[in-house]
Each structure stands twice: as C-alpha cells, then as structure tokens.
Design a protein around this ligand. Structure first.
Ligand SMILES: NC(=O)c1ccc[n+]([C@@H]2O[C@H](COP(=O)([O-])OP(=O)(O)OC[C@H]3O[C@@H](n4cnc5c(N)ncnc54)[C@H](OP(=O)(O)O)[C@@H]3O)[C@@H](O)[C@H]2O)c1
Length: 265
C-alpha cells in the first residue's frame, strides 16, 4: 500500500522540494498550499506526468484558519484514511522589534497553526509515522543568548513540558512583547523554539501512547528561497535544504530517533 505524506507550504521553496523528493520516493503526497491555483500552475499536470509523478494531490490549507485545518483533516480522513508522514514546513519570517499584532500574526502561522494541525492529525498518524517540524538555527541562537525565564522554560529538555504550557508561554510572549524588553525581540526565533518544544512534547506523547511515531525538528541550513530574498549568505539551493527534512520524514522502521533537533547549517 502506498504511504501517504502531507507537506504544508508545498507550493514553493524547500517545501516544494520535499514534495518532489517524497513523490519520487513513491509516497502519495498531499501538497498543501494557501494558493491552490498557484500550486496547480507550478506542478502543472503535464510536468508531473513528465516526471512520472502522478502521485501528488493538491489541497488548500491556511494555517491561520482553524476551519481550514479541520477541513483538511476531514478530507484526508475521507480520501486517504490515514497519514504516514507529516512535514510541518510552512512558516513566515520577520524582523525584530515589531508591534504586538505582528507577533500575534506570526505565531498564528508558525506556532498556533502547527499546534492545531498536530491536534487534528494525531489520531490519523499511523503507528510508524514520521513527523518533521521545520525549525531554524535562529532557535539555537535565541536559546544561547536570551536570559529570560520564559525562554529557558520553552527550551528545557524535560518530560514535564506540555502542549498546554507551551500555549501559555506563547500567549505570555505575545502579551508581554511590548512591555517586557528583556524578552527576545526575534518573534521568528521564539516561534522556532516553540516548534522545537512541540516536537519534544509530541515525541513524548507518542512514546507514552505506545506509538512508534517519530517526531523531530530540524534546520535546513541557509537556503536561497523567497524567505531570504536578496540575502547573499543564503547559498544553499532548496533541493539541498530539503535533504535533512526528507531524511527525517523517511527514517527507517528500526530507527528510534525522536524528540530531537537536528541541523544541516
Ligand atoms: N530558507 C531558509 O534559509 C530557512 C532556514 C531555516 C529554516 N527555514 C524554514 O524552512 C521552512 C520553509 O522555508 P522556505 O525558505 O522554503 O520559505 P518560503 O519559500 O517563504 O515558503 C514558505 C511556505 O510557507 C507557506 N505559508 C506561509 N504562510 C502560510 C499560512 N498561513 N498557511 C499555509 N502556508 C503558509 C507559503 O505559502 P504561500 O505561497 O501561500 O505564501 C510557502 O509555501 C520554514 O519553516 C522556514 O522557517 C528556512
């Protein structure tokens, strides 16, 4: 039976390459995108068939919208019955010292959306499934440099961290961003330490539930995509950036790596 993989933000950048690699590897891939029409243009039917890739389906998903997430879960449940791989790739970036509303918006896409997606899809993820959260080296920089208890708590590597607590910490960060100047200014970096935390929480949950589901987060390196428009330091091509997430998405059955953060930087 063909394994089923879902990739968020699969229409461009690193996500598009992860979709391509999984499809070439024989997965039925659910490419999700906010702009389904654009995705169809990009992966035009003709191109897919040229590559022999008739195994990519396109579905709409906007991570800022709960209805969009639950709608996708219903579609996947009805059409595929289960998921073997979930790559939480979609995200937005943004600079430091922004307004509270910007922080809230970014966390909607980079933390609340992925968290909601995990809640919706956890039961659909099979016993030997693989979940990959796309994080960033910026998360490590935040952990090394920030001297704030909130950062320590998100970054702690213990089994007591819960999803509820992560949500409280995300709320506190957003609410206090303007008043507490000791909080890290990079909300992108904070969104990525929250994502690493989410990976650890779900790795532990799966372990407790007796599932051999492996959940990890990773940094793809500094990749030349729309996210890094014009940055000369972003030298890697998306195809190279896709290597580590693809590796984690296809960990062999005997593998026990879970709750880890890996970097290809
Ligand atoms: N590039 C790097 O150097 C680098 C380094 C470290 C980590 N990362 C991480 O790698 C991942 C992919 O980054 P990338 O460089 O490929 O970025 P990208 O080219 O900007 O692509 C981002 C993707 O996320 C999607 N997206 C944004 N907001 C969304 C929303 N609300 N709902 C659903 N999808 C949404 C975008 O869809 P639309 O087309 O609809 O906007 C797009 O498909 C991200 O998690 C990023 O943080 C990248």
């Amino acid at each position: 039976m063909m394994k089923v993989a879902l990739v968020t933000g699969g229409n461009r950048g690193i996500g598009k390459e992860i979709v391509r690699k999984l499809a070439l590897d024989g997965y039925r891939v659910i490419l999700t995108s906010r702009l389904v029409c654009n995705s169809f243009d990009f992966f035009s039917r003709a191109k897919l068939f040229d590559l022999g890739l008739s195994n990519i389906d396109v579905h709409p998903l906007d991570l800022r919208c709960k209805e969009s997430i639950s709608g996708l879960r219903e579609t996947v449940e009805m059409q595929y019955g289960r998921l073997d791989v979930l790559v939480q790739n979609a995200a937005v970036s943004g600079g430091g010292n922004v307004k509270r509303d910007f922080v809230g918006d970014m966390l909607k896409t980079n933390f609340w959306g992925p968290s909601c997606l995990m809640k919706e899809f956890y039961e659909l993820l099979g016993d030997c499934s693989r979940v990959v959260f796309m994080s960033s080296m910026v998360s490590m920089r935040i952990l090394t440099n920030a001297r704030h208890p909130l950062v320590y708590e998100i970054g702690q590597n213990n089994t007591h961290l819960t999803e509820r607590r992560l949500e409280e910490l995300a709320e506190t960060y957003t609410n206090n961003y303007e008043s507490d100047k000791n909080l890290p200014r990079s909300c992108y970096g904070v969104s990525k330490i929250l994502i690493n935390g989410l990976a650890r929480v779900y790795a532990e949950k799966a372990r407790k539930d007796g599932k051999n589901m492996l959940v990890n987060s990773c940094c793809p390196g500094f990749v030349k995509t729309d996210m890094n428009k014009g940055n000369p330091n972003a030298k890697k091509l998306p195809v190279e950036g896709a290597k580590l997430p693809f590796y984690l998405a296809t960990l062999p059955e005997s593998c026990r790596l879970t709750g880890a953060y890996l970097s290809d930087a």
